[in-house]
Design a protein around this ligand. Structure first.
Ligand code: GLY
Length: 384
C-alpha cells in the first residue's frame, strides 16, 4: 500500500513538473516573440527602452547613468539563455555597450543594477573576459561609496536638503555584484563590504512586523541613524510594495553567498509579510498601506521581484508555500490581465507597473525591470 502511495505521488510530481516546464517554455516563446517587436524599435532608436509613457509610447533611457539601463540587455540575456538564439546575445551585447562608458563613475549605488544585470548575466553565460572586467570595474566604483563609519554604501548624492547619508532598501540588490566580484578576483574586500551593508540594513531598516522603511538616513560622523522616511512610498511609515520585494530578494541572495541563517530568517519573515498583503490575483497594490486599496494601481514590477526571489527562497527552505506563491504570481502575470497581447504595449511584456507614484512618474505603465525580473522568475522556476 505504502509503495503504491509513493509511486502515485512520484507520478503526480513528475506530471506537475512536466506541466510547469511546458508552461514556462510557452511563456518564454511568447516573450521572445513580443520582445522581437521591442528590440526592433530599440535598434532603430539605438537606445535602451525604459518604460511606456502615459500615451503608450516608448520612453527611452535618457541618460547613460540611468538605473534601469541594464535591464533591457539583461532581459535579452535571459532570452538567449532560454532560446539559445544568437540574435538575443547580439542584442544584449549591443545594448549593454551603449552605457558601458559610465562603469567607473561612482555617483550612484545603482551600478549593481546597471552592470550586474547586464554584463554580469552575460559573463555567466559566455565567460567573456571583457564582461568580467566590466563587473570588476563597476564593483570598484561602487566600493568608493562605502563609508566604514556608517558600515553602508551611500545610495544617492541628490536630495541634500532631505538627507545626509541616505541608504535605501533597493541598495541590497547591488550587493550581488560585490559578492561576485570577490569570487571573480579572489579578493574578499568586496564581500566584506556587502556583508557589512547587509548587517547594518538588517539592524536599522526593518520594523517589528518585518516590513521595511524605504530610506534610512545616517550621520556620517558617528554612523548613527538620524531619520527613517520614504521616497517612493505612500508615506514614511507605509510599506512600499517594491521595497518589500528588494528586501526579500536581497536577503535571499545574501544567504546564497554567505549561508548566514539570519539572512534566511529575515527573507522568510518578509515573504510571510508579502503573502499577507497580496490580493486575490497575487499582484500587489503599489504600496501596502494606501487608502482604499481596491481603487489603487497595482505594481506588476513588485510582483516580478517577489516571484523571482521566492523561487530562490524555496530552494533554501523547501517550503511548498514559497514555491506555490511564486507559481501563482507567475500564472497571474502571464494572464491577459498583465501580459501584453502580441505587438501591444510597444513590445514590452508586462502591463500595470508603478515606477514612482509620489513624483507622478511612470504610473500604470510597462517597465523594463518588471520584464527582467519576470523572465528571471520564469527561468528560475523552469530550472527547479
Ligand atoms: N531602485 C529604484 C526603484 O525601485 O524604483
Amino acid at each position: 500500500m505504502n509503495r503504491l502511495l509513493i509511486i502515485t505521488a512520484c507520478v503526480f510530481g513528475l506530471f506537475a513538473c512536466k506541466n510547469e516546464t511546458h508552461q514556462s517554455k510557452n511563456i518564454i516563446e511568447r516573450s521572445a516573440k513580443q520582445y522581437g517587436v521591442l528590440v526592433r524599435s530599440a535598434y532603430a532608436e539605438n537606445k535602451v527602452p525604459r518604460s511606456t509613457d502615459e500615451h503608450g509610447e516608448v520612453e527611452w533611457a535618457r541618460r547613460k547613468m540611468d538605473w534601469t539601463q541594464g535591464f533591457f540587455p539583461g532581459a535579452c540575456w535571459k532570452l538567449y539563455e532560454n532560446t539559445k538564439d544568437p540574435k538575443w546575445k547580439d542584442a544584449a551585447m549591443h545594448f549593454q555597450n551603449l552605457f558601458v562608458e559610465v562603469k567607473d563613475i561612482a555617483t550612484t549605488h545603482d551600478l549593481g543594477f546597471m552592470f550586474y544585470c547586464s554584463f554580469g548575466e552575460g559573463y555567466k553565460l559566455t565567460k567573456n573576459e571583457e564582461f568580467k572586467q566590466v563587473v570588476i570595474d563597476a564593483s570598484n566604483a561602487l566600493m568608493k561609496r562605502f563609508d566604514p563609519k556608517v558600515g553602508c554604501i551611500k545610495s544617492w548624492d541628490f536630495g541634500k536638503e532631505k538627507w545626509t547619508y541616505p541608504v535605501i532598501i533597493d541598495n541590497m540588490l547591488n550587493l550581488e555584484m560585490l559578492f561576485e566580484a570577490s569570487i571573480l578576483t579572489g579578493d574578499d574586500k568586496y564581500k566584506k563590504v556587502a556583508i557589512s551593508h547587509a548587517n547594518k540594513t538588517l539592524e536599522h531598516h526593518f520594523r517589528e512586523d518585518y516590513s521595511t522603511w524605504h530610506v534610512v538616513d545616517y550621520n556620517p560622523i558617528d554612523g548613527s541613524v538620524t531619520k527613517k522616511l520614504t521616497h517612493q512610498g505612500y508615506g514614511d511609515e507605509t510599506s512600499w510594495a517594491r521595497g518589500q520585494g528588494w528586501a526579500l530578494y536581497g536577503y535571499t541572495m545574501c544567504y546564497r553567498y554567505t549561508k548566514d541563517p539570519r539572512y534566511l530568517e529575515q527573507a522568510k519573515k518578509v515573504a510571510t509579510l508579502i503573502h499577507k498583503h497580496l490580493p486575490e490575483d497575487f499582484v500587489p497594490v503599489w504600496d501596502f498601506d494606501v487608502k482604499d486599496p481596491k481603487n489603487q494601481y497595482r505594481d506588476a514590477s513588485a510582483a516580478c521581484v517577489y516571484a523571482s526571489a521566492l523561487v530562490e527562497l524555496y530552494q533554501f527552505t523547501n517550503d511548498q508555500e514559497h514555491k506555490l506563491l511564486a507559481e501563482n504570481i507567475i500564472a497571474s502575470l502571464s494572464s491577459d490581465k498583465y501580459f501584453s497581447a502580441y505587438k501591444d504595449n510597444q513590445g514590452f511584456l508586462l502591463k500595470h507597473s508603478v515606477g514612482n507614484w509620489p513624483r507622478d512618474s511612470e504610473i500604470d505603465v510597462s517597465l523594463n525591470y518588471a520584464d527582467y525580473y519576470f523572465l528571471e522568475a520564469v527561468t528560475r522556476i523552469q530550472k527547479l
